[in-house]
Design a protein around this ligand. Structure first.
Ligand code: ADQ
Length: 462
């Protein structure tokens, strides 16, 4: 059996308590445990100059290998090309996209360094699985060093429409580099279609049957493998003592009031300002609901070195203050806005206490919060998921109340509808949602991708 070499920007520590590991980490650690191998990536630390020193860690049957980046890499690659160029562009935010040559050279440099450093860890029969927009050209760098293993790439975020991608000065080189992989995976058919549209229009690519795509003399397999959550475990978390405790805390703090919950990284792609505007519209147009509902928005800050993220934080502070100023009463605050992270079981209890889960990104590769909200519900009295039609998750969860997050009226109507929804309809919708979240969980995703990679013929470099 082939070993697995996973490469991603950040590596989950094997020591992290299981309740604090994200679903992705859980799945990859499980796959690594089964197949053996190593998980390679950045430690999250920086040094003045790059040393290439690998720090190995072993535990629970898994080996992780991390390297420090130099400060310039952190600025140009991580805060630069990854998070100021590719992230906004791939989330359709050309207005926020920065095109700096230093960023793209930093990105190229770090990917080359990653390839050179991980090279000695790759054994001849290993399957190599590269993750996300930080490392699109990594496969190409590995091929240049003579790696002939099967290499797969999975993109966690959307793939942008061709017309947007064309604004990236090095778009052609970026997409061509993906043909160094054997399998490329996307979260949804929409993102895959956008990729194929670019490839056929700009690279004279030919799309064959069963996902085979040829450009020049390279044929790769392009597939959709939507990521899931660790559903069984999340359902258990929602019944844990910690979850019960956080649920009780929510009930006690707002007796008789319906909770609408949002949980997101503080990121413009998550549509938080639009969500607040939709809720504000709801309060304005439904005076009968005032005092009977409240919104809890949990949004831990991320990428604080990037200006846009500081601006969005300031904007949300002022919006929540304004809405509370306008509508609060002496015994009622319409929005509770919390900027911190919580352990998974506490979060599960909060989801379970919420009558409505408001998941309204403007664009999202998948969105795991939507699935976690579903998994945490009480089957006898489930809440209602309001989900953006622009989240990748909408393709798998059509029984949510789907909304256009740009429209405050639609959001307001959806909230009113969710709050009034009869138990029978809530149950019927939830049963279909949980069915998908259970079947297409994170292990299903992981196996789907690895099976596709195992099935491609031996890699032949033309
Ligand atoms: P993210 O953009 O980070 O991921 P998402 O899929 O929503 O977005 O996952 C966020 C995770 O962080 C969830 O598991 C959630 O529980 C957790 N989280 C958020 N706020 C938290 C808090 N306050 N405390 C604790 N945990 C918190 C990227 C893509 C997504 C894609 C994932 C996986 O942008 O589209 O779904 O990768 O592929």
């Amino acid at each position: 059996m082939s070993r697995l070499v996973v490469i991603s920007n950040r590596v989950q520590s094997v020591d992290a308590p299981s309740g604090n590991q994200g679903g992705l980490a859980v799945a990859l650690l499980a796959a690594l445990r089964e197949k053996g191998g190593v998980w390679f990536g950045w430690s999250g630390e920086t040094t003045e100059t790059f040393t290439g020193h690998i720090n190995f860690q072993q535990g629970k049957g898994v080996t992780t290998a991390t390297i420090d980046l130099e400060e310039q890499d952190f600025d140009e690659y991580y805060n630069g090309y990854a998070n100021r160029t590719l992230w906004p562009l791939f989330h359709y935010r050309i207005d926020l996209t920065e095109f700096e040559r230093d960023f793209s050279s930093g990105y190229a440099r770090v990917n080359k360094r990653f390839a050179e450093t991980v090279l000695p860890l790759i054994e001849p029969d290993d399957l190599v699985w590269v993750h996300d927009y930080h490392h699109v050209p990594l496969g190409r760098e590995l091929r240049k060093l003579g790696v002939e293993n099967k290499i797969g790439f999975f993109l966690h975020i959307p793939w942008p429409p061709m017309a947007m991608l064309l604004s990236l000065p090095s778009h052609r080189a970026l997409v061509e580099s993906m043909f160094a992989y054997d399998v490329v995976g996307f979260q949804t058919q929409d993102w895959l279609d956008s990729f194929l549209h670019y490839v056929t229009s700009q690279l004279d690519g030919v799309v064959g049957e069963d996902g085979w795509v040829t450009v020049g003399d390279r044929t790769i397999k392009a597939i959709t493998t939507p990521i899931g959550i660790e559903t069984a475990d999340f359902e258990k978390s929602a019944n844990s003592d910690a979850a019960r405790h956080s649920k009780e805390r929510m009930y006690m703090s707002a007796t008789g009031r319906s909770l609408i919950v949002g949980v997101d990284r503080l990121d413009y792609s998550k549509g938080l300002a639009e969500r607040f505007a939709g809720y504000e519209r709801f309060l304005g147009s439904h005076p009968d609901h005032r005092g009977l509902v409240y919104m809890l928005q949990i949004a831990p800050p991320s990428r604080e070195k990037v200006d846009t993220y500081q601006e969005i934080r300031a904007n949300l502070d002022s919006m929540s203050g304004r809405i509370n100023g306008e509508y609060s009463d002496i015994d009622w605050t319409p929005i509770r806005y919390v900027n911190q992270g919580f352990p998974r079981d506490v979060l599960a209890g909060i989801y379970r206490a919420a009558r409505v889960g408001l998941v309204t990104p403007l664009r999202d590769g998948m969105n795991l919060v939507a699935k976690e909200y579903v998994a945490a519900q009480d089957p006898e009295d489930p809440g209602v998921l309001i989900l953006s039609q622009f989240a990748g998750a909408a393709a798998q969860l059509p029984d949510a109340v789907l909304v256009n997050p740009y429209s405050p009226e639609e959001m307001s109507d959806a909230i009113a509808r969710a709050l009034k929804m009869p138990l029978a309809e809530r149950k019927a919708r939830w049963e279909k949602l949980i069915d998908n979240v259970r079947k297409e969980d994170v292990m299903w995703w992981c196996e789907l991708f690895i099976t596709a990679l195992e099935a491609v013929p031996e890699h032949v470099e033309a």
